[in-house]
Structure formats: C-alpha cells, structure tokens
Write a protein that binds this ligand. Structure first.
Ligand code: AMP
Ligand code: MG
Length: 487
C-alpha cells in the first residue's frame, strides 16, 4: 500500500511531444475539499485508502500541488460532433497529469477534469461544476460495478470557486483514470490536418501500448482496427442490455480502448423507452437510446476514414461489417442471461423484442422487471409482474411463451435460477433522480448522500440491508428529468 508521494510515473503520451499535447499547469480551486473518493479506484494505484484523510489529497486533486514526476498536458484532438466535423477540439478543461504504473505493471492515466483553461478551451472557462463532476464520478464507478467497461474515477474535489453556467455554481474537479485517454478524434485530428508523420507516431503508440497482441498479426493495424470494432460492438451491446444512454456519442467522446468515456447528460432508463433522448439539446434524437447502435457504427466509420493511410479501404469496410453481427450476438447473449436462459434457441430474439414492445407500451421499469423476474419461479414471477402491464392479453401470451421456453431450457432449482439471474440483473442502478438528490445535498455542503449512493452502486447485484429506497421506481418529479448539457 502506497502513500500519495510514492506513486511511480512513466509519462508515455507526454513524451510524444508538443504536436500531441501542450504543457499546462492546473489552476487551483479555492478551498478544495473531498466530496467523494473511490477506494476501488485507489486500489488500482496501490494507494492506501487512508490517504483520503490527509490534507494533501484534496490539494493534489484540487490543482494546488503536483508530483515532481507529473507532466500535466492538455491533449489535442478533433471530432465529429452531432455529425459535423469540428477541426480542433482538445482538452479544453482537462489535463493528463501523468501515467502511473502500479505493482502489477498496469499504467493508469491520471486525468484532472475541470483544471482550468488550456489552449483548447475555445469559448469555455476551463471549469467543471460540482453537479457534473459528481455525475461523472458516480457513473464511471457504477458502470464498472455492472461489468460495463468504463473510465474510472478516483475522486471529486469540491470548492468555493464560483463558476457561471445558467446560474452561479461552484467549481469542482474529478480525477479520471483510464489506460488511455486517446479518442477516435485524436486520429481524426492528424488525418484532417494532414500530418502523416504525427499520425503514424500516434498509430504506433496505440498499437504498441494498447494492442500489443496485434503486432503478431500479418496486418497489425488492421488487426487493431478489428479489435476496436469488436470492443465497441461489445460495449454498446452492454449499454443496450442495461439501459444506459450515453447522450453525446461524438467521435471525440469515443475511446480508442472501447470503454465508456466522457460523461455528459447520460441516463439509465427508468421506464423502458427505446426512443428515449437523455440530452435535451439533441432535438433530432441523433443519440437516442436505440440510435446508439447505428451511431456506434457511424463513429467507427469516421475512425476508419482516419485510418485509410494505414489500411486499405476494402479491409476497413470488411472490418466494419463485423460490427452489427457482433453487436447482435453480444446483445442477445446478455438478454438471454437477463431472462435466466442458459441455452440458445432461434426464436429468442423474437422473445426479447416482444417483451420490450410490451414494456414500452406500459412504461414498465426496465431494471426492476428483470430483477423481479428472477425472484421466484418463472410461473410465479410472471403472475406477479402481470399487474405492471396495460396490455394484459399481450403479456399473457408472452408469459406463456416464456414459461415454455424456460421449461425447455433446463432443469434447475429455484435457488439456482435466482442466484444466476440476480448475478446479472442489478437491483440498484444510477437513476437520474438518485443522482439529483445526492447533488442537491452536496450543493448545500452535505456529501453523505453522494458517498452512500456510490457505496450502494458499487455492489449493484447484492441486496443491501436498509437500502430499499435506492431500489424503487422514481417518484413523479424524478421521471424524465431534463439534464442540462452545460457542465
Ligand atoms: P464535452 O461536450 O464535454 O465532450 O466537450 C466538448 C469539447 O468542449 C471538449 O473539447 C471539451 O474539452 C470542451 N469543453 C467543454 N466544456 C468546457 C469548458 N467549460 N471550458 C473549456 N472547454 C470546455
Ligand atoms: Mg468530450
């Protein structure tokens, strides 16, 4: 277990040089204080959990102090935002402080979001507010606990620094961690600015550090792109199976590692709604829940375009063709498990689609339905869940089909069924209204609710004593909350 000053740095991205990032020092927050920290994320750095109690913790992650070995850099990238190309973006308010390696030899980027202005800030102030920092922290750690690949979050530091959004708020910083912060937009930047040498350096960097197994393949870059396609297909299958809506799937928010990345107005579905749009400035529904699937492919095509200097167009097209079938196979596999099925039948896709249509029509709670379905035998569970549906005849027909399917699936005890289903169907999910409650308390200086919610969500599959209030449908005020895009 390490103290904060014992971290080992190896700043591989910074060493790529000034064409890739710019040295910028964090701009300290006034009166920095710990809002919440993740012990699980600290463990990835071998940090002793007791370090959160030391004053230097909030000083380091509130921008007041730096390790001697850190090399804070704002990265440059570009990207397609809502379908249109923006030629230069970059870390407008985040800094890659450095890369830390742990005892197991894993490298983790330490990235401080809300660290002040950079050369890429454009019209922005370089800051992040408390509410969006808390949302990013909770979502990163909750997704990870659900088994959905995501960037991680070490802590949120609050402050007295005033920040103007629709109204005056307080600045905060979130310390984000990932094996890399390289986005699709990094490749697009060097492609569209016609800098082939830097683009080649970036490609070698990503291949060597993040896809070393692809170097053994006859065409390493093609193998790497295929792997990126596969990871994205798997990631988006998980989002869809668990009802996660990212909200801003611009190519600058897509990680080259295929992890969930850059959190804005995201939401987990409460009622099932395939057309749900969580970003209230997304008027066309480009990033609606069900559109995430084709948009995943659209984004991979944008990356493919930027990789044409390294890979033939035909090979790129063939690799892109893997996306949909892989997505469908992964999604169906997850949904079978959510339904408690252990075998595969041709008609399962249809079984899932019919259920979702019924849930959509009746506004059934997406998370609780699957959890309750595993509480008891299939026959008892569907009899109890029936009340949630408006189209009773439709549900009864589905329930008959489901019970017959379960009977053909295998002979297992009720206990086995419950254990298997509860291991994949969370009881607790980061509902927007729960985040909202925690944020309201934190904004008035009480961080206990954020910490409790983080705790509960770190074990989403386990029923936790005294935590019933986190496993409820939202109250009326908490449904369809409009989450501001400003953050
Ligand atoms: P996002 O919508 O958070 O993915 O941000 C899109 C782009 O705007 C990124 O380049 C961000 O770094 C930048 N950005 C967002 N908010 C700010 C801000 N308050 N100050 C400076 N840049 C920002
Ligand atoms: Mg972004």
């Amino acid at each position: 277990m390490k103290a904060l000053d014992e971290l080992n740095f190896d700043n591989r991205f910074a060493r790529l040089g000034d064409a890739f990032s710019t040295h910028v020092l964090p701009e300290p927050l006034d009166a920095p204080r710990l809002v919440v920290a993740s012990e699980a994320a600290m463990a990835l750095l071998d940090l002793d959990p007791a370090v959160v109690e030391t004053p230097v913790f909030a000083e380091l992650f509130g921008g007041h102090k730096l390790w001697a070995e850190a090399e804070p850099r704002a990265m440059v990238y570009s990207g397609h935002q809502f379908g249109g190309y923006t030629p230069q973006l970059g870390d407008g308010r985040g800094l890659l402080l450095g890369e830390v390696y742990n005892a197991a030899g894993e490298h983790w980027d330490l990235h401080l979001k809300g660290a002040g202005m950079t050369p890429y800030s454009r019209m922005g102030d370089g800051r992040a507010v408390l509410r969006s920092s808390i949302r990013e922290f909770l979502a990163s750690e909750a997704l990870h606990a659900l088994g959905i690949p995501s960037s991680r979050a070490l802590c949120v530091i609050g402050s007295d620094t005033p920040v103007w959004r629709e109204k005056q708020e307080r600045g905060a910083m979130v310390l984000r961690m990932a094996h890399s912060h390289i986005r699709f937009g990094h490749f697009e930047y060097f492609y569209y600015t016609k800098k082939p040498e830097q683009q080649a350096l970036l490609a070698v960097h990503v291949l060597n550090l993040h896809y070393p197994e692809c170097r053994e393949q006859p065409e390493p870059y093609l193998a790497m792109f295929r792997e990126i396609v596969e990871r994205n297909a798997e990631l988006i299958a998980k989002w869809q199976a668990y009802g996660f809506c990212h909200g801003v799937m611009n190519t600058d928010n897509m990680s080259i590692l295929g992890i969930t990345f850059d959190f804005g107005p995201f939401a987990f579905l409460d009622d099932f709604d395939a057309h749900f749009i969580c970003n209230h400035s997304d008027h066309e529904g480009r990033y609606s829940f069900s559109n995430q699937v084709p948009i995943g492919q659209w984004n991979l095509s944008a990356l493919a375009q930027a990789l044409t200097p390294f890979i033939s167009v035909d090979a790129l097209k063939e690799a892109l063709g893997l996306y949909l079938p892989l997505y469908q196979a992964n999604y169906l596999d997850l949904m079978r498990r959510r339904l408690g099925l252990t075998t595969a039948e041709d008609d399962d896709q249809h079984l899932v689609e019919r259920l979702l249509k019924l849930m959509q029509n009746s506004g059934v709670d997406y998370t609780l339905f699957f959890r309750r379905l595993g509480d008891e035998s299939a026959a008892l569970a569907v009899a109890r869940l029936r009340d949630d549906f408006v189209d009773l005849a439709g549900f009864d027909a589905w329930a008959e089909q489901y019970k017959a399917r379960v009977a053909r699936d295998g002979d297992y005890s009720e206990e086995q069924r419950r254990a298997r289903m509860h291991a994949v169907n969370p009881l607790y999910i980061l509902r927007n209204y729960l985040a909202q409650n925690a944020i309201a308390a934190a904004e008035s200086g009480d961080y206990s609710e954020v910490r409790r919610l983080h705790e509960v969500l770190s074990r989403p599959f386990e029923e936790q004593a005294g935590m019933e209030q986190y496993a409820q449908r939202p109250p009326d005020w908490g449904k369809h909350l409009e989450i501001s895009c400003s953050s």
